[in-house]
Each structure stands twice: as structure tokens, then as C-alpha cells.
Design a protein around this ligand. Structure first.
Ligand code: PLZ
Length: 449
């Protein structure tokens, strides 16, 4: 006989605690995983072998009643906290009012209000415009379209370790073959790759790393052929790589001199995550276009391209859009989330979480040479694991630590070209106690590995 677990309400009313009451996965999750394996293709993977039934603040509750500490925010999405009450209320009100008209058929105010907010918040005091889409990849695709139309050029430069999505053009922009690209080509043409600044592994100053990239661009592509350079100010999937000081400004300056559109992909770094509304601010750069998604709407699918009005307006009427882009329910969620980012001290909270994470992880590094580097900004911090003798990436250790954490009720995500980075992306709503408990589990998992 199977018992039906009672489903707890989500939101901050959920006890903010780690509670492991079965093996992970427990029996109910096991059943659901078997159904998943039968119904969903193997290509759609999962990090934690559970099935969620509720989530709130900094925890995810599974079908067996385990309460897991969330150190991933569904890949940097639920930054305001899962099922944030203001987001829930805004979504409920909108969904009862209307669910869809298609903004290209009958526009509505919430889309315009999200655009106004992004135009105000994105770096730079020039005139800006914003178009809304459904996913990060779709925003990136549109940023490239917009840049090509505005410049009349076709080439695009992306970087080593870069990640921009899983659609055809964004696979071409993404660096890593397995698992994102392998066997899925041919890829979109006119995409070129330049070296990234990766201080831990290349030891170059920002100026030298930029000179290396710019020389490659000038020799192999030529500025006259180049529509856009796209870069994550801090790389996400590629390993939370923070470029050396001066790298991004030098690139941005070169782009400005040569009429190349500089696109900052802030899909992962945006919305308070790094201790600034946008990571570009830390580096003193003003991108021409900025792509956002993830944290923007607390889990509802929404994405945006925000940028210089003259570049955004270069596309002809009817040239940009899509059936669902800027869906009214997602826009309602975004307006509530943006209000929380601006008015609930979440930028400051991201900084505090970053200091806390860095202090604790640096203590681990001091005691354990397998932790090669701790890096990141705000609540976007990572540890890179290496063989202490050679400095070679240690993906096996990384996977073992992550797996042990999940078994103990702490959701952590890995990343990195070499699969040897554990990244910490807690909801900004997490308590210090919950974060400490989670980091204790990480430390124990590392000691045992
Ligand atoms: N640009 C910088 O981080 C999404 C990918 C998860 P979508 N990162 C999570 C996975 O394995 O599919 C991402 C990003 C940056 C673009 C994207 C793409 O955003 O909303 O997943 O399309």
C-alpha cells in the first residue's frame, strides 16, 4: 500500500530546515524517477534524484518529505526566494485577470512597465529600450539579431568557457561540447571564439588577456566584419570565471572604437546575484546590449534584451517578437521580483552572503590543497577542485562531493569546462543558519571524499 504524502504549502511558511527522513532518493521519488525514465528522454538530465512538491525561502521539499537546503536556486533563478509571497500574490492576481493576449496583438501595461524598469536599472544613463522573450537562449538569439541588423555585419565573437544556451545559434556561441553540443551540429555560421581571461589558469593581467583576444579578433575576423562581441561578465556554466581587472573594459573600449556591439550576457549574473543589480557595474563597463532572464521573474519564464535605443530601434517593425514573449503572468512576477530586489535590501544581502561563503570556503582552501581557488562575487561563489600535485582539474572529486551533499540534503551544482567546480547560488532569502548548515555538509563531504 502506498501512502499519499500530504503536500506542504510552499513559500516562507515552510520550515527553513534541513530534514532528511528517508534515503535520498526516498521511495516516492524512486517511483517518480522510474516514471521519468520511461516518459522523458534520457537527454533531459537532473542533478538531484528527487521530485519536488514544495519550495520556499531556501528549501526544497521532496515527495518523501525530505527538506533539502537549496544552494542552487534552480540555477540562479529563485533569487528572491522560492514562492516569494509578493510574487505569488502578483501572479495570482494576474492569472485571474487574463493569461494571454499576445503583446504583438493587444499590448498591455505590465510588459511596458518591465521594459521601463529594465531601461532604468541597466548600466548607463543613455536612452534605452527593452524587448521581452521567454528564455535566456531566446534573449541571446535576439541580441545577436538586433546587433546584426544595426551594424549590417554578420560575425559574432564569443569566448572560451562561455555559455549562452542550447538553441542552434546559442549552441554555436557556447564553448563546451559535452553535454551541450556533441552530435547536435552543424552549428550556425559566423561565430568565432576568442580566449577568455582565466586568472587562475592563465596568470595573465587583464590588459594582456584583452590584447591576446583583440589580436585574434583583428587577425582572424576583422573589425569590419564583426557585428557583436558577447561575453558573460562572470562566466556561469563555464566555471564562475571572474576575468582579471581591466579585461572587460579593454574589450568594451575596443568594441566602441570599431562600431562593434558589446553584448553582456547577464542571464546568470543579473538581478542582485553578484551584489550589484548587474555584474557589469563591478567592472565599470556600460554594455551596448544586455541579456537577462533567470532571476528576473522568480521562476516564471521571462527574458529580456535591453540596450541603446538606436541599436534596439534598428530592427524594422514586426522584426522582433514571438507568441509568448513578455507573457502577462511572467511580467507580473517580474514586477514583484524587481520591487523586492530594489526595496528589500537584496543587493546588500547578496554581498553579505558572498562574504560569508568566501570566508567559509577560504577556510576550507587553507586546510585542504585540493581546493585550488575560491572565487566569485556576491552570492555567486565557487570552489575549483584540483590535484594538489599538478593543479590538474579534479572532476571526480567534484562529482563525489556534490553527490554526497545531495545525499545529505543539500542541493549543490557543479560547473566548469573541466567539470571541477562547485558553485554556490543560494536564494538571497536563505538564512545564515541554513547556509552554515549547508556549508558544514559540504565541508564534511570534502573531508570524507
Ligand atoms: N546565458 C549566461 O547561464 C543558462 C543552463 C542550464 P536559458 N544557464 C543555465 C542548462 O544546462 O541548460 C544561461 C546562462 C547564460 C544564457 C543561458 C540560457 O538561458 O533560459 O536556459 O535558455
Amino acid at each position: 500500500m502506498t501512502s499519499t504524502p500530504t503536500i506542504p504549502l510552499g513559500g516562507p511558511t515552510l520550515p527553513q530546515e534541513r530534514r532528511v527522513v528517508t534515503a535520498i532518493p526516498g521511495p516516492r521519488s524512486e517511483e517518480l524517477l522510474a516514471r521519468k525514465a520511461a516518459a522523458v528522454p534520457a537527454g533531459v538530465g537532473h542533478t538531484a534524484p528527487i521530485h519536488a512538491v514544495a519550495a520556499g525561502g531556501g528549501v526544497v521539499v521532496d515527495a518523501d518529505g525530505n527538506s533539502l537546503i537549496d544552494l542552487g536556486s534552480g540555477i540562479a533563478v529563485t533569487s528572491v526566494g522560492n514562492a516569494h509571497p509578493a510574487v505569488v500574490a502578483a501572479v495570482q492576481a494576474q492569472v485571474a485577470q487574463f493569461t494571454h493576449t499576445c503583446f504583438m496583438v493587444s499590448p498591455y501595461e505590465s510588459y511596458v512597465a518591465v521594459a521601463e524598469a529594465l531601461n532604468r536599472l541597466a548600466p548607463g544613463d543613455h536612452e534605452k529600450k527593452t524587448a521581452l522573450f521567454n528564455s535566456g537562449a531566446e534573449a541571446v538569439e535576439n541580441a545577436v539579431k538586433i546587433a546584426r541588423k544595426a551594424t549590417g555585419r554578420s560575425a559574432v565573437v564569443a569566448f572560451d568557457h562561455g555559455y549562452h544556451g542550447r538553441t542552434n545559434l546559442t549552441m554555436a556561441l557556447t564553448a563546451k561540447s559535452m553535454p551541450y553540443k556533441s552530435g547536435f551540429g552543424p552549428f550556425a555560421p559566423e561565430v568565432y571564439r576568442a580566449p577568455m581571461s582565466y586568472p587562475f589558469r592563465d596568470g595573465l593581467s587583464g590588459a594582456d588577456a584583452a590584447a591576446r583576444s583583440i589580436s585574434l579578433i583583428e587577425k582572424q575576423i576583422g573589425a569590419d566584419n564583426l557585428a557583436a562581441v558577447i561575453i558573460e561578465p562572470i562566466q556561469g556554466e563555464g566555471g564562475f570565471i571572474v576575468p582579471a581587472d581591466g579585461f572587460l573594459p579593454a574589450l568594451a573600449d575596443w568594441c566602441r572604437e570599431h562600431g562593434v556591439v558589446f553584448i553582456a550576457d547577464e542571464v546568470q549574473t543579473g538581478f542582485a546575484r553578484t551584489g550589484a543589480m548587474f555584474a557589469s557595474e563591478h567592472f565599470g563597463i556600460v554594455p551596448d546590449l544586455i541579456t537577462t532572464a533567470k532571476g528576473i521573474a522568480a521562476g516564471l519564464p521571462l527574458a529580456a534584451v535591453t540596450g541603446r535605443a538606436e541599436i534596439m530601434d534598428a530592427s524594422h517593425p514586426g522584426g522582433l517578437g514571438g507568441t509568448y514573449g513578455g507573457n502577462p503572468v511572467a511580467c507580473a512576477a517580474a514586477l514583484a521580483a524587481i520591487d523586492a530586489f530594489e526595496n528589500d535590501g537584496l543587493i546588500e544581502r547578496a554581498r553579505q552572503l558572498g562574504e560569508h561563503l568566501t570566508t567559509r570556503l577560504e577556510a576550507l582552501r587553507a586546510a585542504d590543497p585540493r581546493v585550488g581557488e575560491v572565487r566569485g562575487l556576491g552570492a555567486m561563489i565557487a570552489a575549483e577542485f584540483v590535484d594538489p600535485e599538478t593543479g590538474a582539474p579534479d572532476a571526480a572529486l567534484t562529482a563525489a562531493v556534490a553527490k554526497a551533499c545531495i545525499a545529505q540534503g543539500v542541493i549543490v551544482l557543479t560547473c566548469g569546462t573541466y567539470g571541477n567546480v562547485i558553485r554556490f547560488l543560494p536564494p538571497l532569502a536563505i538564512s545564515d543558519e541554513l547556509l552554515d548548515d549547508g556549508l558544514d555538509v559540504v565541508a564534511a563531504a570534502l573531508a570524507a571524499a
